[in-house]
Write a new protein. Structure first.
Lengths: 177, 457
């Protein structure tokens, strides 16, 4: 992680390549100028965790980045299994204030709903600015989605934001061929 | 992966642009209910509708919650009652209608269509019984919708039926005088009536349709209007071709929603999925008007010169977008111009920019016809029949569906307003010129032959 600028990915990739690592999966994003990247690598023959760690620490110091490395055990490679579930999208709209994410995620955690993607941004909608949080979640098939909808709506009403929860396919149908 | 832009845009359409599913209509065949005894027939009809449609409203509400999209109307359409009740006496038709009305209320739908007859080439006894009972049925029931097909491109125009319908409309108007003739809002006279139309008052289940089927009508004009406004406000120079493209894309989105909902409702009810009707059906809400779309296209009001061309552009673009979105398009599939149900049209009548003649001209390029038009209560049955004949001719000779839903408002004339309430809205009364000038023509009766273009094999 660090201040975004050209060359960060290339520099990290060079350290990995020089240490005989193959990139298995990668996700990178930039949020308000801050660069963040997660890389899962597989060590090839001749690779050493200690040498790699040292290389990354050197790079972090040179480029003023925070780099964290850890070894994954085999069970951590798989995504969290929610069983049979349907994908829903939760949108929260209203005025920005502390505690909004906490309010929504507390309900989801209590109900055992897993968040697969979460983003929040201020967006221009026509002539105004809206603060919007978008959660993609998996609702297990044996769970009554309307109960979660109701809990979210009530919480939204109590804290002055609009909360909706809709099956993801409505967004796909409208926007994607 | 959904982008936040896609999600936000969708939410905006749902929250602020009236994106909804206008109607989910469950068609139910009553052919297996036929009996020569009224009591047995009614008992079978009741049992069948309860069995097939009992869960419909609950299922629609659940799907509506799941996708966060309103399903505005839940309705039923049945096999034409003229055929189902063919063996009964005239008075027993009213008993059948009351059974339908009652059971529709019990399953929670707001309308049941199919008090219908198809008489484009001639009448059976059942057809005559049904037409004769229209005033009694439409003045004494809450949920029944009726329709009569008096013309088709293959058969021509049954002018005897046209005359009968002129009289029926007058009688229904008088029978519902206290509600400004509202009974007439529940009756449509058709040419080339579609078998799978989900919209009232003309919905019925055709003879070629399956045992039970879900047909849906998609959202209204609000979404299209907002997309056009957004494009026009962007400052980019746009041609009519560009505006057509915007309408087409919006129609695609709206149709996809309709099909998604229809397929899921059909699956949960264990019945067939039929069609998505692409019609842009307005409501008496500001921002949900076909008239406002016409204004977006640069005309000061619907009805001024250019309106027919603008409506043709709109109708065609809606069809193109919808046809790309779904392979199961049917019903009426065109822009509706129901005067009382579209606030902007109603105002255009009040300020004089929209006349009956211009409405008729516009129906040549859109669906469905002279729809929800309040006319003076003293216009006679013969003149109403002649107006019907003109509209039927447009449908028959242009291979399209046209329809007439006129409401003579007893005791009121031009300058007055009829108030129907709810989705039916209110209407300024439209002037009918040259009244009582067509009696001799209508009086010939018989059939206007099918056009030469009907011979296509």
């Amino acid at each position: 992680m660090g201040y975004d600028r050209p060359g960060i990915v290339a520099a990290v990739a060079k350290v990995l390549f020089d240490n005989s690592c193959n990139i298995e999966a990668l996700s990178q994003t930039v949020l308000m100028g801050q660069f963040a990247m997660i890389v899962v690598v597989a060590p090839l023959a001749g690779s050493s965790a200690g040498t790699l760690q040292a290389g990354l620490e050197t790079l972090a110091a040179q480029m003023k980045l925070a780099i964290h490395m850890r070894t994954l055990n085999p069970t951590e490679h798989q995504a969290f299994d929610v069983g049979n579930a349907e994908p829903f999208v939760i949108t929260v709209r209203g005025e920005d204030r502390p505690g909004l994410v906490l309010a929504i995620t507390t309900i989801l955690a209590e109900q055992g709903v897993n968040i697969t993607c979460l983003g929040a941004e201020v967006v221009p909608v026509d002539q105004r600015l809206d603060y919007i949080q978008i959660y993609e979640v998996d609702i297990p098939n044996d769970m009554d989605f309307s109960r979660i909808q109701k809990a979210l709506r009530e919480k939204g009403a109590a804290i002055g934001v609009t909360v909706d929860m809709q099956h993801r396919n409505i967004f796909r149908a409208i926007n994607q061929i | 992966m959904l982008s936040s832009e896609e999600i936000i845009r969708t939410i905006e359409m749902l929250k602020n642009e009236n994106l909804d599913v206008r109607t989910v209509t469950l068609g139910i065949s009553l052919r297996d209910c036929v009996s020569s005894k009224a009591e047995e027939l009614c008992s079978k009809i009741r049992a069948k509708i309860k069995r097939v449609a009992g869960e419909m409203v609950a299922v629609c509400d659940r799907i509506s919650d799941k996708y966060g999209i309103p399903i505005v109307n839940k309705r039923l359409a049945v096999t034409p009652i003229a055929a189902v009740a063919e063996g009964l006496d005239r008075g027993e038709y009213i008993t059948v209608a009351r059974t339908l009305d009652q059971v529709a209320g019990e399953v929670g739908v707001n309308f049941i269509g199919g008090y219908s007859a198809l008489v484009q080439k001639g009448f059976t006894t059942g057809d005559r019984n049904l037409i004769a009972t229209l005033p009694a049925v439409l003045s004494s029931t809450a949920h029944i919708c009726a329709s009569v097909n008096v013309a088709s491109t293959q058969a021509g125009i049954n002018m005897d039926a046209v005359s009968l319908m002129g009289q029926a409309i007058k009688e229904i108007s008088i029978a519902t005088a206290e509600q400004d003739g509202f009974g007439c809002a529940k009756l449509v006279v058709f040419a080339n009536m579609p078998e799978d139309n989900p919209f009232m008052a003309g919905a019925y289940l055709g003879y070629g349709e399956p045992e039970a089927v879900i047909n849906v009508g998609v959202s209204g004009p609000g979404v299209v209007k907002r997309e056009l406004e957004r494009a026009l406000q962007s400052g980019t120079k746009l041609t009519l071709g560009d505006l057509s493209e915007i309408i087409k894309k919006t129609s695609f989105r709206v149709t996809r929603v309709g099909e998604l909902i229809a397929r899921e409702v059909a699956e949960l009810l264990g019945v067939s999925f039929g069609i998505v009707d692409l019609s842009l059906a307005p409501t008496p809400t500001v921002g949900d008007s076909v008239g406002e779309i016409i204004q977006c296209l640069g005309l000061t009001a619907i009805g001024v010169p250019g309106s027919t061309a603008a409506l043709a552009l709109l109708n065609d673009a809606v069809k193109k977008g919808g046809a790309f979105a779904s392979s199961s398009v049917g019903g009426l599939s065109g822009a509706f111009i129901p005067v009382s149900e579209d606030l902007n049209l109603s105002e255009a009548v009040a300020n004089g920019s929209l006349s009956l003649e211009k409405l008729e001209a516009m129906t040549a390029v859109c669906s469905v016809g002279l729809d929800m038009i309040a006319i003076p209560g003293d216009v006679d049955a013969g003149t109403i029949a002649a107006i019907i004949a003109d509209e039927m001719a447009i449908g028959v000779f242009n291979h399209k569906t046209t329809a007439v839903r006129l409401i003579p408002v007893p005791g009121k004339g031009v300058g007055d307003k009829a108030v129907f309430g709810g989705l039916f809205g209110e209407a300024h009364i439209v002037e009918v010129r040259n009244v009582a000038c067509s009696h001799a023509f209508v009086g010939f009766g018989g059939r206007i032959p099918a056009p030469i273009t009907s011979i296509r094999n």
